[in-house]
Ligand binder design. Sequence first.
Ligand code: GLY
Length: 389
Amino acid sequence: MRPLHRLLHVSALGVCLHVHAQKDARLLVTLNAQAFTTAAEAHEPGKSPFSVEAGKKEWLLESVSGWRSGFWPGMQWYLYEATGDGFWKTQADRSTRQLERILDKQAHSHDIGFQFYCSYGNAYRITNDEAYAKVMLRAADSLATLFDPHYGSICSWTYRKRIGEWPHHTIIDNMMNLELLFWAARNGGGKRLYDIAVSHARVSHKAHYRPDNTTAHVAWYDEKTGAPNKQMTHQGLADGSMWARGQAWAIYGFTVCYRETRDPEFLAAATGAADAFLKRLPADKVPYWDFDDPTIPNAPRDASAASITASALLELSGLVTNKSLQARYRKEALAMLNELSSPQYLKPEMNHAMLQHSTGNKPQGKDIDVPLIYADYYFVEALRRAGRL
Ligand code: GLY
């Protein structure tokens, strides 16, 4: 029997999934709790796990200066929150605090939001320790240094502008980093940070969206007028295609903007992007890496896009007032989590990651059909949100 409804429960003994099947059939999938613990204990200062090589068990490590470094501490905070186990608190605190050294007054990229909101943000939310909040306020100020009032937006990859490769530009992923600014504005950082986030969101809506509510990964801007003048891709298949994770970032990012502002423009952006994504989702609810890849159904999947979208839809379902839309978003999110929790994606025997089959950057041949730390992070976040339904 195909289970319809599965909910995560992280037990105090280890990381366990209690799978509630259609009626009374109940499966217990024990995730590789020992492996997770081993990975946490194998901590290397200045390094952060991001993926696993085929045929290997252990997480690959990279410098904490990379954009993915907030997800590992963030996941450890979620595990601490779910289990109350001090082991995870110690691990989470250690991997969070090692990020402080990458914080500069002048930001180098928009990724600061990913890095500091997922780590320090969860740390502060769970512990209320002001030491974490202080770092977050510095991180928000640093991110704000990338805001250019002429364009009304944050420049996403400053090095490309610095070397003259690209003019001022935004990437849709940048929407995810606004949550740090909203948080900081509410917590002593000043209204300026709120205004920057709102301006960036408005400009991005105009610059990245197409009439059918699919989104372009990258937007360029005219130097004289400051207005957007070009849509293109970097990690998607083509300039006009729907790159699955980019669309997921748009759904999540505009959902956050609506939560923070209650501006109907942002609700329309979130629901528009969500509807475009859901309309073309395969029957098993996990997207291929790009919705327009002509090799579908043989193209690689991107489980991370499903995790991010499931988490976003669970929040969005609580923000929309239309009852049937609420129910639809909830149902779709749970169906995605259901599939991600199946042995097709969740294979604790394979390696130390939770989810298999994510795709990071296919055009550049990087991280194709592999576990990725952000797939796991948003999966756990979504399951946590699902548990509250
Ligand atoms: N830069 C974030 C991503 O690859 O989705």
